[in-house]
Structures are given as C-alpha cells and as structure tokens.
Design a protein around this ligand. Structure first.
Ligand SMILES: *Cc1c(COP(=O)(O)O)cnc(C)c1O
Length: 222
C-alpha cells in the first residue's frame, strides 16, 4: 500500500474519536511531500533540529507536533511555528516554552507527558508531579502556553492487557483532573489524550485516545 493509502486506512480506523499525527522522524522529505500532496497536514517529529529542517523545506500550512523528549535550550528554534508540544515533563521546560512563545506573540499548546510504562527508559511525570505542576502559582502566570491535555507511552511489550491497563490508567487520570478542573488556572483546558503508536493505536483509541502518533505503520520501519 502507498503512504496515502496507509494514512487513509488508519484515519478511517480511528475516526471519529481520534486524529492521526504522522510521525516522520528519520524519513526523507519526499515521503512527507507524498503525504502532503494527498492532503495530509499533521506531522510529528521527535527531534527539534530535524523538525526545523523539514519545516523550512515544506509548505507552511503543515501542523507540526513535537513528540520527543525536549531540552529547554532547543525550544527557541521552533517556537515560531510548532503547534503542539507533547512532551512537557517539567515546570522549567514549560517556563521556557512560555518565554519563547511570548517572544513570538503566540500561545503554544502543550501536553503533560505522564510516565505510564513499566520501563525505566521512558520520560514523564508521575501523577503527583503533574498535579503539582497544574496547581502551581508559576503556571497561573504563564500567558503563552495552554495545557491542552496529557500524553503517555505504553510499555513496549507484546502483552496487550498490560498496554491496555496503562492506557486506561492515563484516561482515568485525565478524567480525575477534568472533574476538578475548577482548581486549575484558565490556561488549563484538558481535551487531548495523546496515546497510541503503530503497534498499539487501536487499543489506545478504544481506551480514549484523541491523538495517535503513528510512524512505521505509515512510512515503513526505521
Ligand atoms: C517514534 C515515535 C512514535 C511513533 O512510533 P511508531 O512505532 O513508528 O509508530 C510515537 N511517539 C513517539 C514519542 C515517538 O518517538
């Protein structure tokens, strides 16, 4: 199947509850152009430098999502165009995003990345840390970021029950937060749950994902 057919099939599978982010890391610009020419405009990259390089070469109506671990000193390179940052895992990073977004007269949508996997290698906040961040005075003062939801990556395992449990836990935390949304400042508008990749997006959508991040199932393995 072609790239366009893969995208169409996945979009049909996840509709109407979730939207697809095509993850293009390590893939050449020609592949993005092929998808773009088929009408697809929502892309995710995990490295700032690679995303900036592709942004510069491609049409400007593309919606860019930064999905990978982010260092504060890289925020400035993408603050003028990035639509959503999925990997916010500290107050310090959020403060830098707010500062750079302000310089560009923008409001950048951010997701808090929650640690949900049973693995040591994945980044993210605990539920307690996320709650602390949402309740902090520092967040209240930030006028150029909006906390739009949560992101999580399940364990890299064949065990579907384990993966499902991890997604369920993220969804439950999302609902718990939404039930106490009056405690949070007005720049917290929780509506997105970014979960699900090539191997587990179908389970993620069943468990309440609104944004799936799919790479290899569209563009082939890396
Ligand atoms: C690479 C990546 C994906 C997509 O992975 P695939 O298995 O190729 O679909 C999703 N999310 C993040 C954070 C990634 O780094």
């Amino acid at each position: 199947m072609s790239i366009a057919e893969n995208i169409q099939q996945i979009e049909a599978e996840i509709a109407p509850n979730a939207r697809l982010i095509a993850v293009t890391k390590t893939k050449p610009i020609e592949m993005l152009l092929e998808a773009y020419q088929a009408g697809f405009k929502r892309y995710g990259e995990n490295k700032v430098q690679e995303m900036v390089g592709k942004y510069e070469q491609l049409p400007k109506d593309i919606e860019w999502h930064l999905i990978g671990h982010l260092q504060s000193n890289k925020v400035k390179y993408m603050a003028s165009f990035v639509v959503m940052i999925h990997s916010v895992d500290s107050l310090k990073l959020l403060q830098e995003i707010n500062k750079q977004a302000a310089k560009n007269n923008r409001v950048i949508d951010c997701l808090l990345q929650l640690f949900i996997a049973q693995e040591e290698t994945k980044f993210g906040l605990s539920e307690e840390e996320a709650l602390e961040l949402l309740l902090s005075d520092e967040l209240k003062a930030m006028q150029n970021v909006r906390i739009a939801g949560l992101m999580g990556m399940a364990s890299n395992t064949e065990d579907e029950n384990q993966v499902r449990l991890e997604f369920k836990k993220l969804k439950q935390f999302f609902e718990r937060l939404n039930n106490q949304s009056q405690l949070f400042p007005s720049n917290v508008v929780l509506k997105e749950i970014s979960m699900g990749m090539s191997g587990d997006y179908a389970i993620a959508v069943e468990e309440g994902s609104t944004l799936v991040r799919v790479g290899s199932a569209i563009f082939g393995s890396r």
